[in-house]
Design a protein around this ligand. Sequence first.
Ligand code: G4P
Length: 192
Amino acid sequence: MKRLEDKILAEGLALSETILKVDSFINHQVDPILMYEIGQDFADHFKNSGITKVLTIESSGIAPAVFTAMALNVPMIILKKQTSKILKDHILQTNITSFTKGTSYELTLSKDYVSDADTVLIIDDFLANGEAAMGAIRLAEAAGAKIAGVGILIEKAFQNGRQRIISAGYHVYSQARVSKLGKDIIEFTDAD
Ligand code: G4P
């Protein structure tokens, strides 16, 4: 998606050869016009997949997921990272380990909102090693849902997330695929 690539080139900052800072439009401040366009693009890509729910992982996935859900005219569900005292019955959980942040957490979904009648689209901001996306897939499948695919804003194509998801048999669509990061370097790829 050229608009997202242009924004990354204009405002993204390669903090190292592996980390891209996009706090000014995705992770801290959010650009709502860009998020609207991102939602339209995901909805267009997945329009024939019979999606009934959009799933995302808190927190940075929420903005693009809600615009995608609006464009598809379906509900959006937030997979929770914090264990809630209120959300304790009728839940599914799976452990996620973040290699980027060196943390792990229990990702949680209430069975009240996803069932075997659903076909879900999973949206997230970054794809690195695919831990979060694979966890979201495990939860949706445990609830009995079909998986239409995984939609990612920024894929780090030099990490193995895409390969893991594809090897597990799922479709991945990334709007921007970063092939190289470094001092004053942000490069994109279209190649598989
Ligand atoms: P993975 O799920 O693909 O394996 O990714 P990983 O565990 O490595 O990433 C964990 C967190 O770090 C995620 O955010 C992810 O969005 C973020 N992340 C990974 N690589 C980058 C990067 O290059 N730049 C930025 N800005 N973030 C990155 P999270 O903990 O879920 O945070 P949030 O959604 O609450 O913002």
